[in-house]
Design a protein around this ligand. Structure first.
Ligand code: ADP
Length: 363
């Protein structure tokens, strides 16, 4: 902590010069910002963190509080500490190159026999951001679960109100109920999967995987879906190609991307899966001939629950979590997933994986 007047000691704490130096060093290294003010609310003490936050426009020594930060509540807190000896907690928001938030604790302090005030600024920007992400996630989950649940309840009520005897429709209603229950179950499975991955509880076990064969198997499992939309699937991966990945996780990523490429394709479109190797990276691409994605959506589709057209995604059984899971799984492999898209021509997703360095230990 810097002290304006050399003679200033922290008398109020009844400490000697050795302890004072220790205290100064602690304050100098603490990440929390500390500011001390005299009776005229002029800065008489500060640490490196305070310097960093408040002295962008020059020195802070001896400057008035109003010159370095404009915030009525903060001024009032220092004034209360100086004139009435009261302690206060205030929230402070600073808008510099970015918005930063602080919880500030202001207290009276006696320094060198004089009434002064000291403020400790705890930065909460990151915690606030995490909290708002958490709340948004929870509200998204509730909303996503409520939609199919509302539908289930409505159809059960219709059946109870007499539709059970309606042989023409009762099977149809049951099908709708089943579809919505399945949607809820898929959603819960995806949420659990995502939270497991995000909490670091999922690890990958990479091995050499025969990519051509894996793509063929995925195509076989999705062929009925592709046929229902008249979408043709092409496996352009050279037979014999091996990539270094966790078998189950790679399959999960590819199923997600190929399933999307079928769902968001046009009637009679195509999906091409290909592989190349560049600069020590295996590149696996899934290209479709769908309508494409507008640039403003492109940067957001890997976010949880982000969908270009929510209603359409839901109708097709989507949860809006698939790409987010793919992104995490690619990163767990030390790789990445990216996307490029041309409107009315199609979209290409690319999974990038590090190539396995051959083990020569047995050579
Ligand atoms: P879901 O498919 O369950 O909706 P995803 O996380 O897999 O969720 O995808 C998020 C959104 O990205 C989709 O709702 C869709 O709007 C868009 N999207 C994904 N893949 C494609 C694609 N191949 N073509 C066009 N849009 C796509």
């Amino acid at each position: 902590m810097n002290i304006v007047e050399e003679s200033l000691t922290i008398d109020g704490l009844g400490i000697g010069s050795g302890s004072r130096e220790l205290l100064q060093r602690i304050l100098a290294t603490t990440r929390q910002c500390v500011l001390a003010m005299d009776r005229e609310t002029r800065v008489i003490g500060w640490n490196a963190a305070a310097q960093d936050i408040f002295s962008r426009n020059g020195r802070i020594a001896g400057r008035r509080l109003s010159e370095i930060v404009r915030d009525l509540d903060l001024h009032e807190a220092f004034r209360r500490a100086l004139s009435s000896g009261l302690t206060s907690e205030v929230r402070l928001e600073l808008i510099d190159t970015e918005r930063r938030k602080f919880d500030v604790h202001v207290a009276p302090i006696e320094l060198d026999g004089r009434n002064c005030a000291i403020g400790f600024f705890y930065e909460t920007t990151r915690i606030d951001r995490l909290e708002s992400v958490r709340q948004e996630f929870l509200s998204n989950i509730s909303h996503e679960l409520r939609t199919p649940l509302t539908s289930i309840l409505a159809f059960v009520e219709t059946l109870e109100d007499g539709a059970m005897e309606d042989v023409e429709n009762n099977r149809r209603f049951l099908t709708v109920i089943r579809r919505n229950a399945e949607r809820m179950s898929t959603l819960i499975a995806d949420i659990l999967e995502l939270s497991l991955i995000e909490s670091g509880k999922v690890s990958v076990d990479p091995r050499n995987v025969r990519l051509h064969e894996m793509v063929d198997e995925i195509f076989a499992s999705l062929r009925t879906k592709a046929a229902s939309r008249d979408v043709t699937l092409f496996n352009d991966v050279q037979p014999g190609t091996a990539v270094f990945a966790d078998v189950i996780r790679l399959e999960q990523m590819l199923v997600n991307l190929i399933d999307n490429a079928i769902k968001f394709n046009r009637e009679s479109g195509s999906v091409v899966v290909a592989h190349s190797r560049e600069a020590g990276r295996d590149l696996i691409t899934v290209a479709d001939s769908g309508e494409g994605i507008l640039p403003e959506h492109l940067s957001r589709i890997f976010e949880r629950f982000y969908r270009v057209d929510k209603a359409r995604s839901r109708d097709m059984g989507g949860t809006g979590l698939g790409l987010s899971i793919v992104k995490h799984l690619a990163r767990l492999h030390g790789g990445e997933v990216s996307v490029r898209s041309v409107l009315s021509e199609g979209t290409t997703f690319q999974i990038e994986l590090p190539v396995h360095a051959p083990d020569h230990s047995s050579d």
